[in-house]
Design a protein around this ligand. Structure first.
Ligand SMILES: Nc1ccccc1C(=O)C[C@H](N)C(=O)O
Ligand SMILES: [Zn+2]
Ligand SMILES: [Zn+2]
Length: 208
């Protein structure tokens, strides 16, 4: 116990955000001097900044919001695999990966290396992969990328297909130092009642 590894992006005012989205900002809005006793902070951010989960409401008006998601999904055994800088991630890229008993799959691609800038393009999840993952029992898919679809996609086919197959999405992980293998994962969303997504503190611990 105790050897948990942080796989989250640090949230600070310079963290890159989706082009056009709300910049991240923290400030002490009620300082010691003014309040007489404490510093009280205020955070302004997009729900899709840094390491975060998507709720289905992000891409479907009648989709589940964050509070409706079963938080058990975000805690438990996870398999980390390494697919180095692929064009896209489909069946071919997952060939040879034994998904037996894998409920949570984290894919390290190293395709977003400089996390001080938003990437210009990213490998996307091929929508056909969703059914294959679901067949093997995968219910959570995590990536070291800001989206599962191409950045310019309006259809968001991978988001929809994953959701249709009952697979939830975790984006923006930091996996560049993580060896493939079996881990415990904890990446709990905040109890946001109305939200389409939530930042998470994602951590993993190597299985003995
Ligand atoms: N923040 C945004 C602002 C505008 C348009 C899209 C986004 C996204 O984050 C979508 C992305 N496909 C996502 O997976 O979360
Ligand atoms: Zn997102
Ligand atoms: Zn997404």
């Amino acid at each position: 116990m105790g050897n948990w590894i942080d796989i989250s992006q640090v949230l600070h005012d310079k963290i890159p955000v989706w082009p056009g989205d709300t910049p991240f900002h923290y400030e002490v809005s009620w300082g010691m001097e003014e309040s007489g006793s404490v510093n009280v902070g205020q955070v302004t951010m997009s729900t899709h900044t840094g390491t975060h989960i998507d709720a289905p409401f992000h891409f479907e008006n009648d989709g589940k919001k964050v509070i409706e998601l079963d938080f058990n999904l975000y805690i438990g055994p996870a398999l980390v695999i390494y697919v180095e800088k692929p064009e896209s991630i489909g069946l071919k890229e997952l060939q040879g990966v034994d998904l037996k008993g894998v409920k949570r799959l984290l894919i390290r691609t190293d395709a977003w290396q400089d996390k001080t800038v938003f990437p210009e393009s990213i490998p996307h999840i091929e929508p056909e992969l969703a059914a294959y993952l679901a067949e093997h029992g995968v219910q959570l898919l995590g990536l070291d990328l800001p989206s599962v679809d191409p950045l310019d996609s309006k259809e968001l086919s991978a988001h929809h297909e994953l959701n249709d197959q009952g697979i939830h999405i975790l984006e923006g992980l930091v996996l560049d130092k993580i060896e493939p293998g079996e881990y415990e994962l904890a990446a709990l969303p905040l109890p946001l009642e109305q939200a389409d997504g939530s930042p998470v503190r994602a951590v993993i611990q190597k299985k003995e």
